[in-house]
Design a protein around this ligand. Sequence first.
Ligand code: PEP
Length: 250
Amino acid sequence: MRVPLIAGNWKMNNTIEESLYLAKSLAEFSKSFNKDREILICAPFTALYALKTVLKSSKIKLGAQNMHYEESGAYTGEISPLMLKDIGVDYVLIGHSERRQYFNENDELLNKKLKAALKHGIKPILCVGETLEQREANVEKETVKTQIVKSLCGIDADCFKNIVIAYEPVWAIGTGKTASSDQANEIISYIRNVIKELYDEEISENVIIQYGGSVKGSNAAEIMAKPDIDGALVGGASLKAEEFINIINY
Ligand code: PEP
């Protein structure tokens, strides 16, 4: 049985004080929340340590939004998997479209990051998705297939229980334009087939695949009702406790 994962991606928002305020509201809510779903906050690096203290006695998991693949070294400004492990981070986003778009992250680099996260026991959420131009050119399936095949190159089947995939069409991120639930389910079901071709049916049936792109309290239930969609990666709507709770509760 796949347990839905509802993850908030705070992006470059929230001071430590703001982060703690938001996390405390979510932690309080989670005390009486007993639906079978996992809740995650992916916060800026600067807030992770403080958040761990607030969240450790709650059901809410903690994630980072990026990570370098080396353990240490001369990589000014970067954060290593050992540093995240030290804080007790559970998840890390790998290849969010904003990292691909603004920081030129490519599938070869993401493959190294995925391997490093798995090696250090941090669960990677591999983000894939097509741009508007790619969708208009009808190459959305080829695009996500290439991203998945290249990013997963050399990753063993037994790592799969720790990998999450997020399908996030770039044209739906932060635009208010959500993919329809049918569009999202079609690509997520296709991703399951790609995983089946690369690994096997059991892995493809068990892997958690989220949808991301302008998910809100008002559209979460319809998206989550689709059979292949196992949760959401939520940007803007995760910055307000009430709205994020509406999504978690869908
Ligand atoms: C995201 O940041 O991954 C995202 C999906 O953002 P938004 O929900 O704001 O579209």
